[in-house]
Ligand binder design. Sequence first.
Ligand code: GRF
Length: 217
Amino acid sequence: MTKRRVAILISGRGSNMAALIQAAKAPDFPAEIVLVMSNIAGAGGLDSAKAAGIATATVESKAFGKDREAFERAMQDELVRHNIDLVCLAGFLRLLTPWFVQQWQGRMINIHPALLPSYRGLHTHERALADGVKIHGATVHFVVPDVDAGPIIVQGAVTVHDTDTADALGARVLQVEHRIYPQALRMVASGQTTIDGAVCRSARATATEKTLISPSS
Ligand code: GRF
């Protein structure tokens, strides 16, 4: 099996990154994490990536001011240098230009802490609580030029409790994130997914069991 070469882009603590690194240790995992790149110097996740023996790079977005494409070209150079096949955004807090998204069309995925297309954008847990929804969760999707949009690969749901705070709800959603991101990467890297317009389909007949985690309580 030829493993797909994956770069993870982070801006912060990198708990999803750590979940991907952990999952990729399995001998049958169809991808290897070969690069972790941050746009913030000193992002917490860089240390854990180094400790796991993974190459790291920092391309500071701050240094490029408003020239987003110049920043992305510097990132692109790193990705090309490492022969990257797939990019995983994991708490990467930069808006990407259509140019960069185009370079990685169908090869770049993101995790968002809500059940898309609900609650695109920030403060998803606070907004879910304010609306009184009874179900909330996380989504892994292909990246398209629109923010927090794109074909959905896997979703994981949690029950919203009446007593929830945003932190408590966010912590339960994060646990689900750590399950669905490796699952989605496994599906994409093994070629099980196809993009059909706005929809991602899975080659497996049992797709729904693999593409939805539903609450057990
Ligand atoms: C996660 O909640 C992810 O869904 C969102 O940013 C957060 C990153 O957390 N995109 P971590 O850095 O992976 O711990």
